[in-house]
Design a protein around this ligand. Structure first.
Ligand code: HEM
Length: 123
């Protein structure tokens, strides 16, 4: 392995041929070098300005590069559709904290027994 710490676009590492590398998207998304308050959900992190100032590989739930997720736009639209439907009808309160949810790695990384929320009808 060769490391070039002073490469103009950041530290560059050349890995040996044939090496299997595992990348943990949750660790990348909580890296304090890119996220000032890594455990908080801050919607402002996703404003176009903030995105353009950030390393493009600092948020990779859909992977990155030539084999990234082709369903990304569809998945985000689907999430917005479902979540906006729920939030229009209910106040949603989380009964959990990030720290008391044990994540298990399956096809995706998910909390071991779901996320507990309290729903209160808005009207
Ligand atoms: C929240 C939802 C989703 C997440 C987080 C997600 C995440 C990912 C990730 C991380 C990869 C790269 C896997 C790898 O490195 O081998 C991937 C690939 C892929 N995803 Fe998704 N995905 C989502 C939804 C979808 C949907 C809705 C579709 C299809 C409608 C889809 C189709 C694909 C396909 C075909 C690939 C393989 C692309 C390739 O290898 O060239 N995904 N996805």
């Amino acid at each position: 392995m060769r490391i070039f710490p002073d490469h103009p676009s950041g530290t560059r590492i050349i890995l040996p041929r044939g090496l299997t590398a595992c990348i943990s998207p949750i660790s990348v998304a909580r890296d304090p070098r890119h996220w000032p308050r890594p455990d908080d959900f801050d919607p402002e992190n996703f404003e176009l300005d903030a995105i353009s100032r950030r390393d493009p590989f600092s948020y990779i739930p859909f992977a990155a590069g030539p084999r990234n997720c082709i369903g990304q736009k569809f998945a985000i639209l689907e999430e917005k559709t479902v979540l906006s439907w729920i939030f229009r009808k209910f106040h949603v309160e989380s009964l959990d904290t990030l720290r008391n949810r044990r994540p298990i790695p399956e096809l995706i990384l998910r909390p071991v027994d779901g996320i507990h929320v309290k729903l209160k009808r808005r009207f």
